[in-house]
Ligand binder design. Structure first.
Ligand code: TPP
Ligand code: MG
Length: 275
């Protein structure tokens, strides 16, 4: 069932709150991936608030849509979303990466309510999404499957095996998203392993390709709805983003890929992220 999208100003405000939560989680943990988490906020938040069906009180609800975070290292962004939506008490966010926490440094689907898969070893999520999508089709069910990948993650061969598979089996219930921030762990994606033109590659694999601004919640909502309306082939959304978006000294800085702020940096970030 289609959801009524939130007004842009309202969802933008939620995204700011999510960014503050990510910074607080990381400073308390003393480690974690700041850049990719901040950069993926609108991609994930738009899905949860404007597109997907789910029930926080019943995460395994049969009618839910599925979200697979293939680039598992940015799980603070998904945890912040799940905590704000009530999948678990929000205070759990401050236990990120602690021993015994339900919020591990990479997603553990048996520990965190609302996760569908354990990820973090890059390249695997789209194959998991395909399996869920095939089962849904076999059962004649309308649920949708969304899978967020990184652009550096596109270097993994398994992504392209999954790409062939989804097109071959006409999995139009699958929507992949690539967070196109042009950075990976150790540099610019085009220096490490050139990807451009990424859209043409996915088109050649017989996917429906949509490009959009990955920080514009209205553009993302449109893109997701176009994906849902596309029949006979899977859709990939290439969402252009800025890694570290929202915190000036983290934006576009490769050394902020896998780093947490210290107290001083945290306070500076929170001042920039204030309402
Ligand atoms: C199979 C595998 N190889 C290497 C890594 C180490 N690693 C963690 S994040 C990362 C870079 C990911 O870059 P990208 O997909 O662009 O993510 P983002 O820029 O959104 O953080 C790498 C190589 C991993 N997690 N899994
Ligand atoms: Mg990247």
């Amino acid at each position: 069932m289609a959801k009524k999208p939130l007004p842009k100003a309202e969802l933008d405000k939620i995204c700011k709150q999510l960014r503050r939560d990510i910074m607080t989680m990381l400073v308390k943990a003393g480690s974690g991936h700041a850049g990719g988490s901040l950069g993926s906020v609108e991609i994930i938040a738009t899905l949860y608030w404007n597109i997907m069906n789910f029930d926080p009180a019943n995460p395994r609800w049969d009618e839910r849509d599925y979200f697979i975070l293939s680039k598992g290292h940015v799980c603070p962004a998904q945890y912040a979303v799940l905590g704000n939506l009530g999948f678990f008490p929000k205070d759990e966010l401050w236990t990120l990466r602690k021993l015994g926490s339900i919020l591990q440094g990479h997603p553990h689907w048996l520990k965190t309510p609302g996760l569908e898969a354990s990820t973090g070893s890059l390249g695997q999520g789209l194959s998991i999404a395909n399996g869920i999508a095939m089962a849904l089709k076999r059962d004649g069910k309308p649920n949708r499957v969304f899978c967020l990948m990184g652009d550096g993650e596109q270097d993994e061969g398994q992504i392209w095996e999954a790409g062939m598979t989804a097109a071959h089996y006409k999995l139009d219930n699958v929507c992949g998203i690539v967070d196109r921030n042009y950075l990976q762990i150790d540099g610019n994606t085009e220096d490490v392993m050139g990807l451009d033109t990424l859209s043409d590659k996915w088109r050649a694999f017989n996917w429906n390709v949509i490009e959009c601004d990955g920080h514009d919640v209205d553009a993302l909502t449109d893109a997701y709805n176009q994906a849902i309306a596309t029949k006979g082939k899977p859709t990939i959304i290439i969402a252009r983003t800025t890694k570290g978006k929202g915190v000036s000294f983290i934006e576009n800085q490769v050394d902020w890929h896998g780093k947490a702020p210290n107290q001083e940096q945290y306070e500076k970030a929170m001042a920039e992220l204030a309402d």
